[in-house]
Every structure is written in C-alpha cells, then in structure tokens.
Ligand binder design. Sequence first.
Ligand code: PRP
Ligand code: URA
Length: 209
Amino acid sequence: MGNVFVLDHPLIQHKLTYIRDKNTGTKEFRELVDEVAMLMAFEITRNLPLQDETIETPIKESETKVLAGKKIGLIPILRAGLGMVDGMLKLIPAAKVGHVGLYRDPETLKPVEYYIKLPSDISERKLIVIDPMLATGGSANDAIQSLKNRGAKDIRLMCLVAAPEGVEVIKEAHPDVDIYLAALDEKLDEKGYIVPGLGDAGDRLFGTK
Ligand code: PRP
Ligand code: URA
C-alpha cells in the first residue's frame, strides 16, 4: 500500500496558513504556493539515491556524492498544478516537465482530460505528479492512470491539501504511489470542496472566477 506523508516542516505549515486565508490576494497566494512547492520538493527528494563521484577540489582529489540513477519528471495537472512547477524547478532545475490537462466537471465532479504532453522517456524517470488539491481523487487518479498507460513505472503524488476521501481513492487504485501532502484536511463538502481547504486553487492562483 502507498504511504501518505504529511510534511509538517514549520515553514510549510506557516505558509500554508496564509495560503488558506481567504484574505490573501492573488499575488501573495501565488508567491506562497511557489515557496511551499520549493520546500516540499526538498522533502520529497530526501531519499533520492546517491552514487560516488571522484572530483578534484583545489586542495586534493576527493570522493564525493552525486544523485544516482533515474532522472526526475514533474507532471503538473493543469491548471492549478502549474502554480507549483517553478518552485520545484528551483531545487530540481534539470527535471523535465510533462503536462496533463484535466478539469473537473462541476456537475458530475468527474475529471475530463483535454491535453497530455509528456517527456518521451517517462518509463525511465521518477515522476512527481503535482496538484495543489486532492479532493475526490478523480483528477489525480486519472492523471496517474494516463501516465501508467504510457509506460510510467515510478510515480509519486504531491499535493498541498487533501481530503481523506481522495487519499483513499489513490491508495486503493494506485497502491504503488506514495502521497506527499502539506495537510490532510477533514472532509469534502457537498460540492466536492475540501473542508476547510483553501477554496478553488486554480481560481485563486490565476485570479479567475
Ligand atoms: C481542481 C484541482 C484538482 C482537482 C481536484 O482542478 O486543481 O485538479 O480540482 O479535484 P478532484 O480530486 O475531485 O478531482 P479543477 O478541476 O478546478 O481545474 P483547474 O485546475 O483548471 O482550475
Ligand atoms: N478543487 C479545488 O480547487 N478546491 C477544492 O477544494 C476541491 C477541488
């Protein structure tokens, strides 16, 4: 079964409070999401494997470490996932970025895929699917399945805020996928919004309504 990690670093928790606050405007919301994404990238990459590398410092030859093995791919779910890409790229600048376009039908709450463009070698990469919100889990579930259908083998999911319902959907459908969150909230409301959540992440990031 996939593991669920709530990243409780004080800086992440502090910034998340202001992301949640309804009085936080678009500019500040965007900046905070970017900062939290960078901090989460630090935590999610904590167990990446290392390999030995020999270099020469100005003083002597030295055995040091560099990242080993598979390369990383970031897969934001459009639109709101875009808000977390730049923050992650600050720490993982060589990552390739694929996009999955999904929106949630407001009536059925079911995800509708409208776009997908991925690096050609996704089967050789460690993929991090990024979306601020994991609500019913439908969007992340579809995105992960789309990646698997195209050969992806190593996937983790990173979200700011999740509802328990969404976490259960992913654990059930994709037991091989670890989930990284800044917060696990109480529940979904009758419209499928996370409670207490932060509202509509895409609208708050892009200033739409
Ligand atoms: C939001 C959010 C997730 C999805 C989560 O996107 O960014 O992708 O809802 O809900 P779910 O877990 O119930 O599927 P939305 O459909 O509002 O599209 P947007 O990012 O274009 O605003
Ligand atoms: N999508 C959002 O943007 N917010 C929610 O609370 C649920 C789904």
